[in-house]
Design a protein around this ligand. Structure first.
Ligand code: GLY
Ligand code: MN
Ligand code: MN
Length: 455
């Protein structure tokens, strides 16, 4: 849901920054997202394209933004015309006039006129920036407009010589969050943290996974947010399926439930995972695994600060997890050898984090050249280590697997059906970090105390 929490001046500032980076002789084109059919005449809920929204704040489909530095009109928008009949059935439209009045557009035109009005804008430009290759329909139209310009070269018109992928400039901007974005992300995180607390309070043996999902969605929607990605609610063995979204099994006494759910507020995602006992009390084995993941998560979060690189949290998590698995007897051998052989991988097969922003797996490079990116203030990353021991308890030896030998250990029944992930959203600050999702309880005592208050 896009509530326009970001002021219009911020969008204008972003456009100015991008125009300055593009340089003279350039033009950038960005299409809005399209409506996608779901079944018969029903569409999926419309979600604006993140890049388009970042620069325009314009919430409608069937629009194309054009940014052209140096001229009288630097920000042009092609959009749907007003239409009383369509607006009665499907909702309001800004129309070109409304776009100019309310969205800072210098000059707006009906989208129906784009094939006539766009090619002249490409004439005598050196470089065209757009998201090459992501949208086949837009690629095709782009080539059509280019060929229209080429058709006029004998009249002295020059066609653009360079097509440049827009994301390098734009995604570098999106990676470092502005104060206005951080404010919205804090609120998105606060809502998601409240949702996880509500789900903990509602949980008890016999409830269905989808009942906890309902508590989560209720909290998102009552705060004017939506979901950033389909919520994962997995009890027992389902807690070991990383992207489980069926959410249709009963929650059983003695099992763990893992909830990975984040809100989307005005286009900004939060991304939280909490894992807790269905009956409100961790068993000895559940607690041992949980405390280990929590220690790994804290060690990883400690690495999030200016000057550290993106992979340092992952290295810290892997070290803590491997030491802990060895201490519990779930891995055997020398810790340094185990780390070198990546023996954590059968228990922990994903990475420790990703950029977070308008997209849950947000844009921005993870490396500059060969080197991991150094954290800078304004970047936001998730920190989400986990350990997963499914039913059957069969753990493949990672070292032998790489050599093509299938060697499994079978862990005792009491360790099985335990999937634990603990995920927070962490902002890099000038002197360290801020955990945006800190309001979601994660200490064993806090979780057990909260669950004792259940309704
Ligand atoms: N919820 C998706 C993720 O944690 O990456
Ligand atoms: Mn995540
Ligand atoms: Mn997540």
């Amino acid at each position: 849901m896009f509530a326009r929490a970001i002021p219009a001046a911020v969008f204008a500032r972003r456009r100015r920054a991008l125009l300055a980076r593009m340089g003279p002789g350039s033009i950038a084109l960005l299409p809005a997202a399209s409506e996608t059919p779901r079944n018969r005449d029903v569409h999926h809920p419309f979600r604006q394209d993140s890049d388009f929204y970042y620069l325009t704040g314009f919430p409608e489909p069937e629009a194309i933004a054009v940014l052209a530095p140096g001229g009288e009109h630097e920000f042009l928008l092609f959009c749907r015309e007003r239409d009383p009949h369509m607006e009665i059935w499907h909702g309001r439209r800004a129309g070109p006039k409304g776009a100019m009045e309310r969205y800072g557009v210098d000059n707006a035109h009906p989208i129906a006129e784009i094939d006539k009005l766009l090619p002249p804008l490409l004439e005598n430009r050196e470089r065209v920036f757009y998201a090459i290759g992501y949208n086949p329909e837009f690629d095709r139209r782009m080539m059509g407009w280019l060929n229209q310009v080429r058709g006029k070269t004998r009249t002295g018109v020059r066609a653009p010589a360079l097509f440049v992928a827009l994301e390098h400039l734009l995604h570098a901007m999106r990676l470092r969050k502005e104060p206005e974005e951080i404010a919205v992300m804090r609120e998105s995180a606060r809502i998601a943290a409240e949702a996880h607390q509500r789900a903990m309070r509602a949980c008890r043996p016999g409830r269905m996974e989808y009942e906890l999902e309902a508590e989560i969605l209720y909290t998102f929607i009552r705060h004017g947010a939506g979901w950033a990605y389909p919520s994962i609610v997995g009890g027992g063995d389902n807690s070991c399926i990383l992207h489980y979204t069926e959410n249709n099994a009963p929650l059983r006494d003695g099992d763990i439930v893992l909830i990975d759910a984040g809100a989307e507020l005005d286009g900004y995602a939060s991304d939280i995972t909490r894992s807790f006992p269905v009956n409100g009390r961790f068993s000895g084995e559940q607690r041992a695994i949980y405390e280990l993941v929590l220690a790994a998560q804290k060690a990883a979060i400690d690495q999030v600060r200016p000057g550290r690189h993106f992979n340092e949290p992952h290295d810290a998590a892997v070290r803590t997890l491997t030491e802990g698995l060895a201490a519990l007897g779930l891995l055997q051998g020398d810790v340094e050898e185990l780390i070198k052989a990546e023996q954590h991988k059968p228990f922990y097969m994903h990475r420790t984090g990703h950029w977070l922003g308008m997209d849950v797996h947000d844009v921005g490079d993870y490396k500059t050249g060969e080197d991991w990116r150094i954290f800078e203030p304004g970047m936001v990353t998730t920190i989400e280590p986990g350990l997963y021991i499914p039913a059957g308890g069969k753990i493949l030896d990672a070292h032998w697997a790489r050599l093509g030998v299938h060697l499994e250990t079978e862990l005792d029944e009491r360790w099985q059906r335990i999937g634990i992930r603990i995920e927070d959203d962490v902002l890099v600050t000038d002197d360290g970090h801020e955990i945006l999702t800190a309001a979601a309880p994660k200490e064993v005592d806090e979780i057990e105390a909260l669950m004792r208050e259940r309704r």
